[in-house]
Design a protein around this ligand. Structure first.
Ligand code: FPP
Length: 282
C-alpha cells in the first residue's frame, strides 16, 4: 500500500488547459445518478449484474478524472433505499462489488489524495460492506484532495425525515428553540452538512428525474441528463457535462449578475439574498 497522501494534488497541464477552455464556472461539487447498468447489459444479452460490474470501471475512471480536474466533491448514488427491493442475487452482487471496489481502489484513492466518505443508512449494509467502507474511510481520512461520497442505502426523503427526527429530539431536550429553526438549522441535521450543495447533478441513461437523490441539496443544482448508460460514461462524457454546466446561467431565483438594474435594488435587501443559496453561486 502506498504511503503517498498528497494534500492538494497539482493540476496536470491537460486539466489546467481544460478548465481554462471553459466558457464559465467550474462545478466544485458534482453528483451523479449512475443509471442504466441493467439496460446496458440486457441490450447485449448479458445478465444485469454484468452491467454493474462494468459500471465499477466507470466509477474508477470518473473518480480519477474528477480528481485530476480539481473537483472538490464527487457524490455517487451507488445504492438507494429502494434498491433493496431488487432480487437477492442482484443486491448481494452489488454489495460484493462495493467491497471489491473499496479494497481494490485504495491505491488509486491514496495516489490521488481522495478522501472517501459515505451518506445514507449505512447500518443497513451487510457487515462485510460496512467494514470495507470503514477501513477505506479511515485509511483515506487525512487525504486533502477530492472527497468521494458514496450514497448507500440512501434516500432523500429518508435523509430529511432522519434530520427532522434528530432536530425533534434536540427540541424536546431543550437544546434548540423551535422559534429559532430555519433552513440552516435543518441542514445541520443532514447526513453531511459540511459539504456544500452539488452544483451539477448528472444522470446517465436518459431518465429525467431525481429518483429521491439529494432532494434538499439539489434544489439549485444544474441538471445534465445523457442517454449514455453508466458503463459507457467515461472521461470525455464527464468533460461534456462540465462544459454544458459552464455554459449555463445560474440565477438562484434572482437575476444574472449582468442583467440591467441588478445593482439598483440594494435598498430592498434583495441583493443580499441573491448570494445566499450556494457558496458556489456564480
Ligand atoms: C443503476 O442501474 C445502478 C445501480 C442501482 C447501482 C450502481 C452501482 C455501480 C455502478 C457499481 C457498484 C458501485 C460502486 C460504488 C463500486 P440499473 O440497474 O438501475 O439500470 P437499469 O435502469 O438499466 O435497470
Amino acid at each position: 500500500m502506498t504511503e503517498a497522501r498528497p494534500s492538494h494534488p497539482e493540476l496536470t497541464e491537460a486539466a489546467r488547459a481544460f478548465r481554462a477552455s471553459l466558457p464559465g464556472p467550474f462545478p466544485e461539487h458534482i453528483a451523479i445518478i449512475m443509471d442504466g447498468n441493467g439496460r446496458w447489459a440486457e441490450a447485449r444479452g448479458w445478465m444485469r449484474v454484468r452491467g454493474h460490474k462494468e459500471g465499477t470501471g466507470s466509477v474508477r475512471e470518473i473518480t480519477t478524472a474528477a480528481a485530476e480536474l480539481g473537483v472538490k466533491s464527487l457524490t455517487l448514488y451507488a445504492f438507494s433505499r429502494e434498491n433493496w427491493k431488487r432480487p437477492d442475487f442482484e443486491v448481494t452482487t452489488l454489495m460484493r462489488l462495493l467491497r471489491l471496489y473499496l479494497r481494490r481502489e485504495r491505491r488509486t484513492l491514496m495516489d490521488n489524495g481522495i478522501r472517501l466518505s459515505a451518506i445514507g443508512r449505512l447500518e443497513d449494509l451487510p457487515g462485510f460492506a460496512q467494514r470495507a467502507l470503514e477501513d477505506t474511510r479511515r485509511l483515506t481520512e487525512n487525504n486533502g484532495g477530492m472527497v468521494l461520497r458514496l450514497a448507500l442505502s440512501y434516500g432523500g426523503r429518508t435523509e430529511i425525515a432522519d434530520a427532522a427526527r434528530g432536530l425533534g429530539r434536540d427540541i424536546a431536550a431543550g437544546k434548540v428553540n423551535p422559534d429559532d429553526v430555519n433552513e440552516e438549522t435543518l441542514r445541520s441535521y443532514l447526513y453531511d452538512p459540511e459539504t456544500p450543495d452539488p452544483d451539477l447533478v448528472i444522470r446517465t441513461a436518459g431518465e429525467m428525474r431525481l429518483s429521491n437523490f439529494l432532494l434538499w441539496q439539489a434544489s439549485y443544482a444544474e441538471l445534465f441528463v445523457t442517454d449514455v448508460c453508466w458503463p459507457e460514461f467515461k472521461r470525455s462524457e464527464l468533460h461534456q457535462a462540465i462544459r454544458a454546466f459552464a455554459d449555463r446561467k445560474r440565477k438562484f431565483g434572482g437575476l444574472p449578475a449582468s442583467s440591467p438594474g441588478t445593482d439598483t435594488v440594494s435598498d430592498s435587501g434583495v441583493a443580499g439574498l441573491r448570494a445566499l443559496p450556494s457558496p458556489h453561486a456564480s
